[in-house]
Design a protein around this ligand. Structure first.
Ligand code: NAI
Length: 352
């Protein structure tokens, strides 16, 4: 049996994670969930949004399914943790958000985001099928910013060969495993010659060992235009942390929005699966959130656990419910609630 840490999170998190849990449990996958609190509820209960119990659970299970967690905009909010450093001594560290804290502390170096069209999910396109590999550990997101004076702020963009090659190797291995053929690396090496230059060179060096997969490259602004004009021509996208963050949302928009975009954060030791969307405070607690992105994140989790039969069954049941168009959530033009939509998928799983 696979044990999985379940982090309900904030806002719509508890609604969409309980939907994903119900669907996984109905799929016949050999999975037992271990719920732990993180985020605002945890902060209320224990004074910290990320109590040690979260790390203890993931250290045991190696796999987490995480709902979105709230981060205030602006200000100097930091999530603080006390954890062992490389020498085994306790050290205080802090990060700009809870999701970033987990990704960094757990060494989850790649954020994997498959983007494809599903039936009856309204979109301007109909043949999009690509995978985004976003470097998850460095770039401008290391949080090394400072106020030079009252009116000037600056931040460090950090790119290392180790991290760039690691995510590139992951991307090439993944593409090979799933039978995909072309990776496009996004960069701005014409302007940021050192940082993005090193990023591009690292991808080109890694590509040498994968003659069966083509490596293409695009300046990131031109890449955005092409993605919007002909998204069906892309297969794999390899992106730095900031470009990957922005383009993941753009790509979610190509296939019908945040309600249907899943994600995985993977490291050498453990993995965490979460939707691209946030806590959606505007619709939280109203039973109207679309749980598709979280359910598809659970599908990615099941594939990671090599429960591919259960993963296929869930994807087929979800696709069938969408195709029938009887029970559809509001963001996709229907009027079904989160629970009714989930129930329709569970029933489909039981009847097949
Ligand atoms: P958001 O993704 O929460 O919401 C953007 C818009 O999309 C809203 O109109 C929302 O109602 C809609 N939406 C999102 N998910 C949906 C779903 N499943 N079904 C239907 N509609 C959905 O982004 P926003 O407003 O920028 O962020 C809100 C909070 O979430 C912030 O505190 C942010 O820091 C946090 N956040 C957390 C993430 C994580 O934990 N991984 C990722 C992104 C944001």
């Amino acid at each position: 049996m696979h044990r999985v840490t379940l982090i309900p999170g904030d806002g719509i998190g508890p609604e969409v994670t309980s939907a994903a849990r119900a669907v996984v449990e109905a799929s016949g996958a050999d999975v037992a969930f271990e719920p732990v609190l993180a985020g605002q509820e945890a902060e209320k209960a224990s004074g910290t949004p990320l109590p040690p119990a979260v790390f203890e659970s993931i250290a045991r299970t190696k796999v987490a399914l995480k709902g979105p967690t709230y981060t205030p905009f602006g200000g100097n909010y930091r999530v603080r943790v006390e954890r062992p450093n490389a020498q085994g001594n306790l050290e205080q560290r802090s990060y700009p958000s809870l999701a970033i804290t987990l990704r960094k502390e757990l060494g989850l170096f790649v954020n994997l985001r498959p983007i494809k069209n599903y039936p009856n999910v309204p979109s301007r396109y109909d043949k999009v099928d690509l995978v985004i590999f976003r470097e998850n550990s460095e770039d401008l997101y290391i949080g090394n910013e400072r106020m030079v004076d009252e009116n000037t702020a600056e931040g460090i963009k950090r790119i290392t060969r180790v991290a760039s090659e690691r995510v590139a190797r992951f991307a090439f291995d993944y593409m090979r495993k799933v039978g995909r053929k072309k990776i496009t690396v996004g960069h701005k090496a014409n302007v940021m010659k050192m940082t993005d230059g090193l990023w591009l060179k690292s991808a080109q060096d890694v590509a040498q060992a994968y003659p069966d997969i083509a490596l293409d490259q695009r300046v990131v602004d031109a890449l955005c235009m092409e993605l919007v004009m002909k998204p069906e021509t892309f297969d794999g996208l390899l992106l730095t942390n900031l470009y990957g963050d922005i383009i993941s949302d753009l790509a979610a928009g190509l296939v019908g929005g945040l309600g249907v975009a899943p994600g995985a954060n993977i490291g050498p030791d453990c993995a965490m699966f979460e939707a691209v969307h946030g806590t959606a405070p505007d619709i939280a607690g109203k039973d109207i959130a679309n749980p598709t992105a979280m359910i598809l994140s659970a599908v990615l989790m099941l594939r990671h656990l090599e429960e591919s039969q259960a993963a296929d069954r869930i994807e087929a049941a979800l696709t069938a419910v969408l195709a029938e168009k009887r029970v559809i959530t509001r963001d996709l033009g229907g009027n079904a609630g989160t629970r009714a939509f989930t129930q329709a998928i569970v029933e489909k799983l039981k009847s097949n």
